[in-house]
Design a protein around this ligand. Sequence first.
Ligand code: NAD
Length: 470
Amino acid sequence: MTDFIAMTIDGRAAEAPNRLEVRNPADGQVFAAVPDAGAAELDLAIQAATRALPAWRAKPWAERQALVARIGETISTHAEELIRLLTREQGKPTEQARFEVLGAAQWCAAVATMVEPIEVIEDTAAHRVETRHVPIGVVGAISPWNFPVMLSIWKIAPAILAGNTMVLKPSPFTPLAVLRLGELLRDVLPPGVVNVITGGDALGPLMTGHPGFGKISFTGSTATGRRVMASAAPTLKRVTLELGGNDPAVVFPDVDVRTTAEQLFWSAFTNSGQVCVATKRAYVHDEIYDDMLNALAEVAAAVRMGDGREQGSVLGPVQNKPQYDRVRALIEDSRQNGHRVIEAGAAPEGEGYFIPVTLVDNPPEDARIVQEEQFGPVLPLLRFTDEEDVIARANATEYGLAATVWTADEARARRLADRIEAGSVWINEALAISPFAAFGGHKQSGVGVENGLGGLLEFTNPKTVTMKRA
Ligand code: NAD
């Protein structure tokens, strides 16, 4: 059966002259269609957001807080249908789709507690000086296909809490759950506050170049991020760019190999490796290298990869065909170059985009699988002996998104956390992201942050008001 979900513009259902097909990555088959919006629909959405802006930004902060909290409640109420859509379009197992959808609801609840940021710099008989943080205006938001619901909420909740209105575009590979969210928001928010549109490759550039936006909040690859920044430049739009990563894990010999292997496995292979902050290179100390490689292979052999809708599946397919081809090409490149490639897991046969969990045994540092972001279920393991050397290798990348350090020695962990160039460093755990802590990339992994006070402020312009008293 082919499903269809409309866009949401000005609080109502909206169509486009053409449609895009949506495939289930577990079987490669088209199962739904969505509008393929162009310049005309984008204009309508921006006009709606512009009309909604004056009343929305004039609402007291507490009222906007209450509405952000209600978005969370609405997501919880409709969680099961969002989970079903997300599993079908994204491929992730139902339990992980549940984690994402309920996580998005909790995120709204958390963001709704954030207080209005006003700094009083001076309050004397002579002067009052305060810096307020006022909304930017209409925000264009663009989200990727790995966590479509969660990463859209990371934008919606703080942007509208701060008083902005928004036009949101999910990835054409995973538009359905976010379109459904748009439908649900029609009953929560005034018309035009959040508009959700979908379209193909042409729509993103139309958005980033559109003079109607004051800001672009983008999550996606570094290559696209560069284009977004260039396209935002002529009108000096504010940008937040959450981009790619090539996150190192550094594993010292004082860890328990079995426990750490399990954690490292999920750090690398959650969502079949399609996590921006997944471990993408694992530097393992020579003393435990062989044991760790074997332990990781054992974990891989014990987990089941399959259609996310089937009970027992804990790893799903790669989300789309271009990404599937890319990951397979990286594995093939390693084989061609004589690296030891270990197919450690099993994957279903058929038309789905499944790639078994694959480990690459100590390839050279300049191998593509080490240098490039794989964003799929393959992980290179690299031997090291010396702390200075491993820090240098961990930092030898244009990326700087996140890193993990695994050791029982707290002083050593702190030394590494100080010196690794990344926006997040997790010690003896992974993927520990909080709505209250800044999350963003250093170097070419991004510009600006999401989450925390810093993330909220990215949706504002500072405004300093100075009053001289008699
Ligand atoms: P992508 O860059 O291909 O696409 C992201 C979004 O941008 C999609 O909605 C796409 O339609 C749109 N887009 C494509 N071309 C555009 C253009 N020229 N102008 C404007 N928009 C355009 O990324 P993806 O393949 O969807 O996602 C995977 C990448 O995202 C990985 O590199 C991953 O590391 C990164 N990512 C980063 C974070 C983070 O928070 N740092 C989170 C998730 C994913």
